[in-house]
Write a protein that binds this ligand. Structure first.
Ligand SMILES: [Zn+2]
Length: 497
């Protein structure tokens, strides 16, 4: 009696349901063995592995087994050709492999004869199996493409989303973190490292790479890109986490069209005024340190310029008290703030019409540019202009379009935010001293830099400065007359009645 081994395989759940089940295959193969006079010595069972021969562990084991036991194996029995492989090259390679070992490959449900016709039939079956395989792959690809064009994202969901029903949807556990990250970055007040730290404190760990990829990922803004399927981005039918305006703003900052405002970073939270207030004698920035008193440590700000003749030093508490008083002093009074708000609103309304006008202009310009671009395409298609001229000109137009789109976004933003900002700014100015006292080091330094961009020089219980933010004016300036009130840059005062 001859010896045979059996190889069975299912690749997907469906096949198990369609009567290709492993048990069914094995039963058929065993019946075939008995009828043809073979004794089955071993069964190799492959479950749900890849269609590729080299990735199938059981097939690999079977081949090793055949090499080791070639003298004791006469045949390998497989249910149908497509169970062995759907790849025609693989089919020939495997046939050759077993033939060299003098092992016959028999199929329980195919013709196993040795005539030329039988061989042709087997080869044709192999070709057919490959054809089916290709067709299946094509169907999957086409199906995915259709779904993609309809707005489905079917690949790995980015952080902040989860997969659901063949698309993605916001992940209730992480979506709010993504929103916060974009919000923080869009303010232009934070660098990426600062955002990573803030998020870590919030319990959301990310690294620089992840953050960078996140900020650039158009999926958050609801757009999907896949060049081979669509030249244009596709609008997803899932909920975007980030608004278009915010996403674009973040891109502007990333691409350096808008600067990130950085704080003057010194990392000792005990000395917020260090490197900011300068020595009354030499005008070099003061540093801070503690010196040992008899009972306790005293904190001082002091000049550490070797060449300074004064070696100025002042108790931390005292200098900070004088600073807070100074803040309080430059803070405009409430009625003045009200006047400020009213005036800005007046000017704002007046400017609004001008702004709407310029918005219209930019929009028209954009339409014109886009028309020119499409005309250019026609000219190229008709062969009237050369490829080179076309490329040069389209690049130029694209740049102009981008520039105008950016301008348009800027105009929109000002409109949306001005009223809100105004209220907020007034509140902030009103409470500037409390805000400074209670803020952490970072906020303190930001405020200092905002109000006194060039720093402050201490001068006998008071300060001198080369520049003060136009939002804050020393009170005595105001006391002269409200008519001389200075408005922030960009807002001219209304003519006096
Ligand atoms: Zn000095």
């Amino acid at each position: 009696m001859s010896n045979a081994i059996i190889y069975t395989r299912v690749s997907t759940k469906n096949q198990a349901e369609e009567g290709y089940s492993l048990a069914g295959q094995e039963k058929d193969c065993k019946v075939f063995a008995e009828v043809n006079g073979y004794k089955v010595s071993k069964v190799f069972v492959e479950k749900g592995e890849s269609a590729k021969t080299q990735d199938r562990t059981e097939l690999q084991n079977l081949m090793k087994f055949c090499i080791a036991n070639k003298k004791n194996i006469d045949a390998i029995i497989i249910w149908k050709i497509d169970r062995l492989t759907r790849d025609i090259k693989d089919f020939y390679r495997l046939q050759e492999f077993f033939t060299k070992l003098n092992i016959r490959v028999l199929f329980a449900r195919e013709n196993n004869g040795d005539s030329a016709t039988d061989r042709l039939t087997r080869n044709l079956m192999g070709v057919l199996a490959q054809y089916e395989n290709d067709q299946k792959a094509e169907r999957v690809t086409n199906g995915m493409k259709t779904a993609f064009l309809q707005g489905h994202w079917m690949w790995k969901a980015p952080i902040g989303y989860i997969m659901k029903d063949g698309n993605i949807e916001p992940d209730p556990k992480t979506a709010h973190y993504i929103k916060k990250i974009f919000k923080l970055f869009a303010t232009g007040l934070y660098q990426q490292v600062q955002i990573i730290k803030i998020m870590a404190d919030d319990g959301f760990k990310i690294n620089t790479n992840m953050l960078c990829r996140m900020l650039k990922n158009p999926l958050y803004n609801g757009y999907m890109y896949k060049k081979e399927w669509s030249e244009e981005p596709i609008r997803g039918i899932f909920e975007p986490l980030i608004s278009e305006a915010e996403f674009n703003k973040v891109q502007d900052i990333l691409e350096g069209r808008k600067p990130v405002i950085t704080a003057y970073k010194r990392n000792n939270p005990e000395f917020p005024l260090r490197q900011f207030i300068t020595c009354p004698n030499c005008n070099q920035p003061l540093t801070g340190s503690k010196s040992k008193g008899r009972k306790e440590k005293y904190a001082y700000y002091h000049c550490h310029n070797k060449d300074c003749s004064l070696k100025f030093r002042i108790r931390k508490d005292r200098l900070e008290k004088i600073f807070v008083d100074y803040l309080n002093n430059i803070k405009p009074e409430q009625n003045l703030l009200n006047l400020f708000e009213a005036t800005v609103k007046d000017v704002y309304n007046e400017k609004l019409s001008i702004r709407l006008n310029s918005q219209k202009q930019v929009q028209n310009k954009l339409i014109e540019l886009k028309n020119r671009k499409s005309k250019l395409i026609d000219l190229r298609l008709d062969g009237i202009i050369s490829e080179e001229d076309y490329k040069f000109k389209t690049e130029q137009l694209s740049e102009e379009i981008q520039e105008n789109e950016f301008r348009l976004r800027e105009i929109d933003e000002i409109d949306n935010n001005l009223c809100k900002c105004l209220k907020y700014a007034c509140k902030m100015i009103e409470n500037i001293d409390t805000l400074w006292i209670n803020g952490d080091l970072d906020l303190k330094q930001r405020l200092q830099k905002l109000i006194f961009p060039k720093g402050l020089m201490y001068y006998s219980n008071d300060f001198r400065t080369a520049e003060i933010s136009s939002l804050f004016i020393k009170k005595d300036t105001f006391k002269v007359s409200y008519n001389h009130m200075v408005l922030p840059r960009g807002f001219e005062p209304l003519p006096h009645p």
